[in-house]
Design a protein around this ligand. Structure first.
Ligand code: MG
Length: 390
């Protein structure tokens, strides 16, 4: 138990991809000088490559732990927060103190106004690396350290159906159903004929049984969202995600109490402090925490906070190489209120070549990685995609 953290190394990565996340770029939509785009009718920035930030924590006995910060946009920012501020507060401490370290790193930034955003993304990856280290030092998987397994198999929904037309997207959805999956989510932002035409095409293709979820990408006012969601319910919509702006708590509550299906929220929030007022106001039926924003400590606290509100957990899966994905599965597997995990097939299936892990997703379920800690490590090859080497 005397092992301490002796060094922390950071790897901001930029991995090229042929087709940008969410599908081909619209005509005239060109990446800017830093490689970022905003899709028409969206307003959110995306890279045209995969970006992430890996954290490597080395213990005094040489054991290595890995974590992954949210690095979809400008991974250099969380890297700077870690290098310039946080890492010196962790060196020399025991990885077994991970929850206290999480609290200390939150506390030391909060009165500076940094209790969200990039500051917490930096904490998230560090927290994951310390949990991985802890598990490896104890020879136990992280799920064991979190109190034991509740879900041996983790049901998933297939997220995103990239394709040029709604017919192509619906046909892709059908292929996933034929492979044994039972839930699909479409993205409003690439539904070029509108959400109603999109769900109509998918429902016609897949039949009545599969669950269909709609990601509304924070696009609507509360009244617009209520009208749209009720029309989507004619096609048996299982869940509407992110209907209104992240800050609009009153609008979120208004939508949730006015529609006849589930509302899912939360991929953009990082702490219990952001979730608590939404849970109290009954803004959602399902929470969607994102591991690369919350870390393992924050994620678990959010899941536990949601439990007395009888709110279910459907974790989000951002662009990552699989370290954050593995961490998300470890916590989900121990959460009493877990129902389904997001399966980003265009990210996970491609990036799994860059990790050493037995984690897999087949026939509707994620399989937890074997081994101590997170059971998932980056390959040497992926570290060669580091940005601003030297
Ligand atoms: Mg989403």
């Amino acid at each position: 138990m005397n092992t301490t953290v002796s060094s922390i190394e950071l790897f901001p990565l930029r991995i090229p991809r042929d087709v940008p996340y969410l599908g081909p770029l619209e005509e005239d939509n060109r990446p800017n000088s830093k490689g970022y785009i905003v899709r028409p009718g969206n307003r959110t920035v995306y890279p045209v490559v995969d970006q992430t930030l890996l954290v490597k924590a080395v213990a005094s006995d040489g054991t290595v732990g890995w974590g992954e910060c949210f690095g979809v946009v400008a991974p250099q920012i969380a890297k700077t927060v870690l290098e310039e501020l946080l890492i010196p507060f962790v060196i020399g401490h025991s990885p077994h103190d991970v929850e206290r370290i999480y609290d200390d790193l939150y506390d030391l930034q909060r009165v500076r106004g940094h209790f969200g955003g990039y500051a917490l993304d930096a904490v998230a990856g560090l927290d994951m690396a310390l949990w991985d280290l802890r598990g490896k030092l104890l020879g136990q998987p992280v799920w064991q350290l979190l109190g034991g397994l509740r879900h041996e198999r983790l049901p998933v929904y297939v997220s995103g159906l990239p394709g040029g037309t709604k017919e192509e997207r619906a046909a892709l959805g059908k292929r996933w159903i034929d492979k044994g999956f039972s839930a699909l989510k479409f993205a409003a932002v690439v539904a070029d004929e509108g959400e109603i035409a999109e769900i109509e095409a998918i429902r016609r293709e897949v039949g009545p049984a599969p669950k269909i979820l709609a990601d509304l990408h924070w696009r609507y006012t509360a009244l617009e969202a209520i009208g749209l969601i009720e029309r989507l319910c004619d096609y048996d919509l299982y869940l509407a995600e992110a209907p209104v702006a992240p800050e609009d708590l009153a609008g979120q509550a208004q939508v949730a109490r006015s529609v006849s299906t589930r509302i899912g929220l939360g991929e953009e929030w990082r702490t219990v402090h952001e979730y608590l007022p939404r849970l109290q106001a009954r803004c959602m039926d399902v929470i969607q925490p994102e591991m690369a924003h919350t870390g393992i400590t924050g994620f678990r606290r959010i899941c536990e906070l949601a439990q007395p509100f009888h709110c279910q957990v459907m974790p989000h899966a951002t662009i990552n190489i699989g370290i954050a994905q593995a961490a998300s599965l470890h916590v989900a597997a121990t959460a009493a209120n877990f129902i389904m995990h997001e399966y980003q097939h265009t990210i996970f299936d491609r990036n799994k070549q860059y990790i050493r892990s037995t984690m897999d997703c087949r026939a509707g379920y994620f399989k937890l990685p074997d081994g101590p800690g997170l059971g998932t490590e980056p390959t040497e090859e992926v570290l060669s995609f580091v940005i601003d080497r030297g």
